[in-house]
Design a protein around this ligand. Structure first.
Ligand SMILES: O=C(O)CCC(=O)C(=O)O
Length: 324
């Protein structure tokens, strides 16, 4: 499996393309098992502390967090915080990041040498849990500014079928070459956000079956909205680049001293970068799950002295002067 020339063309022309059936149900099983173990561990801790009286272990992967959240929103919040975003680096995550069929598709976009980052996110969009909604943004809005011209590929993978009703992703095609759009801090749930009046026209929902992949550029505006069903819309989003894109490969956190020039930094300082595929130096590829977890913890954001300058985005409520 790889992307056809027409699919690669669509990626470059529209800023996104969907490939069906990249992960089979079995391919995603180690990730589901790892996430289930992490959920169980949190539930066990909460039950031992008397904060939870049921763990809903009998429920399906797609419904367990929904039930947990309805039963005890505070306890569910704690369970979610243990796996949310890039916090989960347990069994199954590296397996998903290294999935050969996915990496073949990425290779069709950026070439045979592929670097991944720990800016992968695990997103259980639980019905009624407000942090599941993500306002309009470009992923580049989160990177240092010297990276805007570089190609970073986001791969969005639903672990259950994603529909408009359960909060699939929406994208805006054909604006990825128009550059960065002004973002604001303090958007919904603390995310960066493009102001409503600046969101380009033409948004479309991308309904997808579990295991298919939406490939997007870092400049493709996207968002996701309310989950109106009783199924948790689980997804992961993974990011890849070629080795010429600024990273911290071969560096240690101590290299990020306060005096360091930002333009020499990784696009996302404080995130771990690692080699996924290098046909010339296969020994450089990160294949061991324990090494992956160690690297992930080494580059935890908190360990970096200098995460680069603020990106210059101002709070949403202070945007009066820039409304046009
Ligand atoms: O999964 C979502 O709802 C949002 C995903 C997203 O914003 C991203 O992949 O950058």
């Amino acid at each position: 499996m790889s992307l056809s020339p027409a699919e690669v063309k669509q990626f470059h022309e529209l800023g996104y393309v969907v490939k069906e059936g990249v992960y089979s149900h079995g391919d995603l099983e180690p990730l589901r098992v790892g996430l289930t173990a992490a959920i169980q561990e949190s539930c066990d801790e909460l039950m031992a502390a008397g904060k939870l009286d049921r763990d809903f272990a009998e429920a399906s992967f797609a419904k367990r967090l929904t039930k947990l959240h309805r039963h005890g929103p505070d306890a569910a919040h704690e369970v979610l915080m243990a796996i949310w975003s890039g916090r989960f680096h347990g069994a199954g995550m590296l397996h998903a990041l290294r999935h050969p069929l996915l990496i073949d598709c990425v290779e069709d976009i950026i070439g045979p040498e592929i670097v991944a980052t720990s800016i992968y996110r695990v997103r259980p969009k639980v019905p009624g849990y407000p942090r599941g909604e993500v306002p309009w943004h470009q992923d580049a809005g989160y990177s240092l500014t010297h990276c805007y011209e570089h190609m970073m590929v986001t791969c969005w993978v639903p672990l259950v079928d994603a529909t408009v009703d359960n909060g699939c992703l929406w994208v805006i095609p054909k604006v990825q070459d128009d550059g960065i759009i002004q973002h604001y801090t303090g958007g919904h749930s603390g995310f960066l956000e493009i102001a409503p009046e600046d969101v380009p026209e033409g948004a479309i929902p991308v309904e997808m079956s579990a295991g298919s992949v939406l490939f997007m550029t870092a400049m493709t505006p996207h968002a996701s909205f309310v989950n109106k069903t009783d199924v948790t819309r689980w997804s992961i989003d993974l990011r890849y680049q070629d080795p010429s894109v600024p990273s911290n490969l071969g560096e240690v956190p101590e290299d990020y001293t306060p005096e360091r020039d930002p333009v020499t930094m990784a696009c996302f300082p404080g995130e771990a970068y690692f080699v996924i595929r290098d046909p010339k130096r296969p020994e450089s590829e990160l294949t061991d799950a324990d090494e992956f977890a160690t690297l992930r913890q080494l580059w935890d954001r908190a360990t970096i002295q200098n995460r680069g300058p603020g990106r210059g985005w101002t709070p949403l409520e202070e945007r009066g002067d820039s409304i046009h």
